[in-house]
Each structure stands twice: as C-alpha cells, then as structure tokens.
Ligand binder design. Structure first.
Ligand code: DC
Length: 220
C-alpha cells in the first residue's frame, strides 16, 4: 500500500477486549494517528459529573454539550482546552460515559467530530460504532472481543497496578453492566458490523493481534 494513500482502520468491540491497546500499537507501527472515541464520551461524562448534571435531564445535557469542546492534540484528549486523560478512567466516569453515549443527540455531535478527525488523514479509530456508523466505508474493519472473564481479569490487573482497591467480582460485574448498557441501548447499540472481521483475543497477546492487523494492512 502506498504511504500517501488515506485509509481508515475501524476497530469496534466491548470494553476491556484490548481494542485501544491494539489500536495504539497498530497506529504506532504504521505511523498514523490513533483516535480513541471512547475518550470523547468519557470527557463529556466527566464534565457532566463535575457539573452534577443528571443524565435524564435532557435539557441540561444539551446545554452542557453545546458549550463543550473536545479535541485531540498529539493523540491526547482535551476537554475545553484541558488535558483530561488522567481523569477519565475511573469507574464513575466509565458509567457516566456509558450513560451519555446512549443519548442520540450526544452521538450525533461526537460522530460528526469523529468523521472530521478521520477524514483527511489515515487513522486507526476505535469505539463501538466505527465500522457501521462513523466510517462505514473504512478500508479495514475489525470487531475485537474476548470472554467477559478474560476482559475482567485484564481490567482487574490494570486497576491493581494503579493501586486501586477492588475485587475481581466487582470488576466482572461492572464489565457485564456496561456491556448490557452498550448492547441494549436504542441508539447505535454495540454489534459487530456484518463486514467487520471478528478477532477473539482470549488467549492472544497484544503483539499477535497487532501483527495480524498490520500484516493485512501492509499486504494490500
Ligand atoms: O471504549 P471506552 O470504554 O473508553 O468507552 C466508554 C463508553 O463510551 C462506553 O460505555 C461505550 C461508549 N462508546 C460509544 O458508545 N461509542 C463509541 N464509539 C465509543 C465509546
């Protein structure tokens, strides 16, 4: 594939399946940009939490959304000009992101922004609806999964490493609750697009998945 060609690699899948680690590694290896769309919903979720806005107060959510600027600088998420990566990975923000991502008017604004971000340059973008909604014309489409126990195990180890107090059972329950939210919402529920290739990463290393995707991209 010529270096100048613009193409998108779209990666969807449930939380904790390893999407973002793989997406980052693929982007680094191919020298293209990585866009973490989950971070965009998380940034908005953070702002709504900080403002004490209830997710069912549609008018208040709309007001906050209208005055919110989300962008990426050198691959890092910015909310209203502030770097927020270090604030958006808590369990509270995860649930707030899941809740606000179920609102169609929130998705409409963030999807439009994602389409702008990936329009003119090659990107790896990961999320839940990238293959079907954001870039249905993406040249490469994947749905990355792993069993829920495996995903909970990975997240649990990550949280332990950060020194957070939690149990495996709590993490597994949170993953299942978020899967349920993400798969049963009316607006763009998490499903594998018919033309996305499924990769089950249970028992696979990040390197193996990255090699697999990069080989396909470079081989065409
Ligand atoms: O990938 P993540 O765990 O950082 O995503 C946070 C939440 O945002 C998750 O509950 C699902 C939602 N999300 C979405 O609805 N659509 C996307 N493209 C990305 C994330």
């Amino acid at each position: 594939m010529s270096n100048k060609e613009v193409f998108q690699i779209a990666i969807d899948g449930p939380s904790g399946a390893g999407k973002s680690t793989v997406a980052k590694a693929v982007a680094r290896r191919l020298g293209i940009e990585y866009i973490d769309t989950g971070a965009m919903y998380r940034a908005l979720g953070l702002k709504l939490l900080e403002r004490g806005v209830a997710m069912d107060d549609e008018e208040a959510v709309r007001r906050v959304l209208a005055e919110t600027e989300i962008d990426f600088r050198a691959g890092s998420i910015f909310l209203d000009g502030q770097a927020v990566e270090h604030l958006i990975r808590t369990p509270e923000v995860s649930m707030a992101a899941s809740a606000c991502s179920a609102l169609p008017f929130v998705r409409e604004k963030l999807v439009a922004l994602q389409q702008q971000l990936g329009a003119r340059k090659s990107v790896v973008m990961d999320g839940r609806d990238i293959c079907a909604v954001v870039f249905p014309g993406a040249r490469f489409k994947y749905f990355i999964t792993a069993s829920d126990e495996e995903r909970a195990r990975r997240r649990y180890l990550e949280l332990l490493e950060k020194g957070e107090q939690t149990t495996f059972e709590e993490v597994l329950a949170a993953i299942r609750a978020r899967d349920h939210n993400d798969m049963t919402r009316a607006a763009s529920p998490l499903v594998r697009a018919a033309d996305a290739e499924e990769i089950d990463t249970t028992g696979m290393s990040i390197d193996q998945v990255t090699d697999y995707i990069c080989a396909q991209v470079c081989g065409r």
